[in-house]
Structure formats: structure tokens, C-alpha cells
Ligand binder design. Structure first.
Ligand SMILES: [Zn+2]
Length: 196
């Protein structure tokens, strides 16, 4: 929990209305930053804020806290892209990196224009324990996601990425989704090419 409500406060009766307003405001802020908040049937806000590098950062983890505008963008990404993909794929989706604050983006070597900074992108795979028999490797899981995302998700950029033996799918959706470019790309060890 990122915000804490104060301990019990004794309030004079004439301040009661202001007090209720204050508590309502705090409750709405608490709700806004409640990372257990469900964005859809299968995705919570917490999943969209994960970053193993941020969590393992020394001497202290980087909190990676979104602003309200980023949460709105993440909600849009989930509604138009991740949840439809999840429903049609019929398998869990693991988000390895969703929203990134500037520090986290620098830490992972993201470009300064990354859509992760806006809450408009996620790097995803299928958890190992949930992969079908014929899609057990990182590459097979990423290619399966790519096929379903191309068909069933709204996206700005759908990128099949790999670096060495590590494979994942980067998928983004603009908050202004009518301007999505529907680009299908592959980034292979840093080189970009168009995909069908
Ligand atoms: Zn990405």
C-alpha cells in the first residue's frame, strides 16, 4: 500500500462535513493507488507495475509509482489489448514489464520515447507452467501470443522480440487508440524488421 490513512481522528461536530470530504478524498486516492485494484477480469494494477530490475535494485527497490494518467493508459491497454488477447488465447498472460517510471526505464535500457513510460505498453509471455505441450519454449510461447494478438487485440505496435534465447512480445495501445498504427515488427538482437 502506497498511501496510508491516518489513525482514528477525533473531530469536532462542526468540522464533520469537512472531515467526511477529506476522508472521501483519501479513500479515492487510496483506491487510485490500491495496486490490488482489478483493471479487468484477468489483470490487476499490480501486475502492470512489476519490474524485477526495479524490485531487485540496490540499495533500495525503485517504487515505480504511476500517475493517474498512466493508470488511465494502462486501463486502456488492458481493455483493448491484453484482456481480449487473454480471452481468445485461453491461457494466462505474464506481464514482465508494463508501466515504467523514468528511473526504471533507464535501468532496463529503454529508449526515452518508450511507450512503457506512458503506461501504453507491456512486455508479455505465457508463464512456463501454463504453456501448451507444443509451445513450451520462450520462442514458441512468444510466437503463439503474436498470432493471437495480431488477430484479436487492438494494438499500436506488436513486436516479437528476442535477445539471445530470451523471447517475449511487446504490445502497445495508444491512449488515443484511433491513432494506433497497427505495426507488426520483429526486433532480433537489436535489429528491427517488418513482420506479416
Ligand atoms: Zn516493451
Amino acid at each position: 500500500m502506497l498511501l496510508k490513512l491516518g489513525a482514528t481522528v477525533k473531530v469536532a461536530p462542526f468540522l464533520r462535513s469537512q472531515f467526511i470530504q477529506l476522508i472521501d478524498k483519501q479513500k479515492s486516492m487510496k483506491e487510485l493507488f490500491n495496486t490490488d485494484m482489478r483493471l479487468s477480469e484477468h489483470f490487476t494494477l499490480k501486475e502492470m507495475l512489476v519490474s524485477s530490475k526495479a524490485a531487485n535494485h540496490k540499495p533500495e527497490p525503485i517504487p515505480n509509482i504511476p500517475l493517474k494518467c498512466h493508470i488511465t493508459a494502462l486501463q486502456n491497454l488492458v481493455d483493448r489489448t491484453l484482456e481480449p488477447l487473454r480471452l481468445h488465447l485461453g491461457l494466462p498472460i505474464q506481464v514482465n514489464s508494463g508501466y515504467r517510471c523514468e528511473m526504471v526505464n533507464k535501468l532496463v535500457g529503454g529508449v526515452p520515447t518508450s511507450q512503457h513510460l506512458k503506461g501504453e505498453a507491456a512486455d508479455i509471455t505465457i508463464p512456463r507452467s501454463s504453456r501448451p505441450f507444443a509451445h513450451g519454449t520462450d520462442e514458441q510461447a512468444a510466437r503463439l501470443i503474436y498470432i493471437y494478438a495480431k488477430e484479436y487485440a487492438d494494438y499500436d505496435q506488436l513486436i516479437l522480440e528476442h535477445s539471445g534465447t530470451s523471447w517475449w512480445v511487446h504490445i502497445s495501445c495508444k491512449i488515443d487508440y484511433l491513432r494506433n498504427r497497427h505495426e507488426k515488427l520483429m526486433i532480433e538482437n537489436g535489429r528491427t524488421k517488418n513482420l506479416d
